[in-house]
Ligand binder design. Structure first.
Ligand code: 3HC
Length: 320
């Protein structure tokens, strides 16, 4: 089946990031949240991400001209025209935004070929959503979860067509991170996997072409299984007095080439998410994955990173 119309449930950071990637590629998207105000807030974020890209692409020729001038090269009018003509055309934000509608009801999802849910990361919430949405989607619609570590086979069993359920897991921020993990449930039809892989072929985000990889259903799939324990190992390093947060972040950026240190990343992704993913690993894989006490304390205190203003670092000043 060819996917043309997509519905996204949840207009938070992930939902709006996914919506942006899709409308950038001309896909017709409806973004749903519990009320229209939340959905509209997500839409404004989409516009912001697109506007950032538009500005970046629009400024590319100027940057190149300035770069050449630094080397003492002054282009003639004709040369400048040729240079400008060789840069990509910035995206037309208003035109792209026409592909994005908002809603607060699943009634608007009746013509969707694919729905991706990006709601609260809790198995019961996702199972209930897969059950509820069954009454609204057409029979050949694919129902996907953006879960980072929960059980898709269980979600699929709550959907009217379990063979059409699948994980499509984006990374944060979706408009900059090109990876997508595609994870079939036990019940998923192979043609559904093919349709989803085909759908992402040639699509891009603000920086790169999207890269879908296939993984088997298992806790954290590929990336989170490695990335999240790395973050908790960093917490243990600090807990055991080896170095402080800042030093560990410097070490991992300058010594291991990470764009963000583990504590910067935890604040960015959300310490609550790191904690819940580790808890799910502990349940599935054993006590080796027990989240360190510091994580629990931060979650209990509500200090869960950038979104709460405070986490491992204090973000309140930068948010003013
Ligand atoms: N195309 C190309 N380049 C662009 C661009 C575009 N559309 N827009 C901006 N740029 C350029 C900028 O101009 C800038 O170049 P300059 O320095 O020469 O001016 C350069 O790109 C860098 O821009 P930024 O400073 O905005 O961004 P960074 O390079 O610092 O990258 C980041 C930001 C991509 C978020 C990076 O910090 C990163 O990769 N962090 C790690 C994020 C990560 O690991 N995410 C996954 C988390 S796990 C997860 O999500 C799973 C979940 O389930 C928990």
């Amino acid at each position: 089946m060819e996917i043309k119309k997509v519905g996204i449930v949840g207009a938070g950071a992930m939902g709006s990031g996914i919506a942006e990637v899709l409308i950038l590629n001309g896909v017709d998207v409806i973004l749903k949240d519990q009320n229209l105000q939340l959905a509209e807030r997500g839409k404004q974020n989409v516009k912001k991400y697109l506007a950032e890209m538009e500005k970046y692409v629009r400024n590319l020729p100027e940057r190149e001209i300035k770069r050449l001038e630094k080397y003492g090269i002054k282009l003639t009018g004709e040369q400048e025209k040729i240079l400008r003509g060789n840069f990509p055309i910035p995206p037309d934000v208003d035109k792209l935004m026409k592909n994005l509608k908002t809603t607060d009801t699943f009634d608007d999802f009746r013509d969707r070929d694919l729905v991706i849910e990006a709601v609260f990361e809790e198995q019961g919430v996702k199972n209930a959503l897969f059950h509820e949405i069954s009454d609204y989607l057409k029979d050949d619609a694919i129902m996907a979860s953006n879960t980072s570590s929960l059980n898709i086979t269980e979600m699929a069993s709550h959907y009217k067509h379990p063979e059409k359920a699948i994980v499509i897991h984006f990374f944060n921020p979706a408009y900059l991170m090109p990876l997508i993990e595609i994870v079939p449930a036990t019940q998923t039809d192979e043609n559904v996997v093919k349709s989803v892989m085909e759908f992402f072929k040639g699509k891009r985000n603000n920086r790169d072409e999207m890269v879908p990889i296939r993984a088997k259903e298992s806790p954290g799939f590929v990336v989170n299984r490695i990335l999240i324990p790395m973050i908790t190992e960093a917490v243990k390093v600090v807990e055991s007095g080896v170095a402080d947060y800042e030093t560990v972040d410097i070490g991992m950026k300058k010594g291991a080439g990470m764009p963000m240190g583990p504590f910067e990343l935890a604040d960015y992704v959300g310490i609550d998410i790191v904690y819940h993913v580790m808890e799910s690993f502990r349940r599935d894989l054993g006590d080796f994955y027990m989240p360190p006490r510091t994580l629990k304390h931060l979650v209990d205190a509500g200090w869960i990173g950038i979104k709460s203003g405070k986490g491992f670092y204090d973000h309140r000043e930068t948010q003013k």
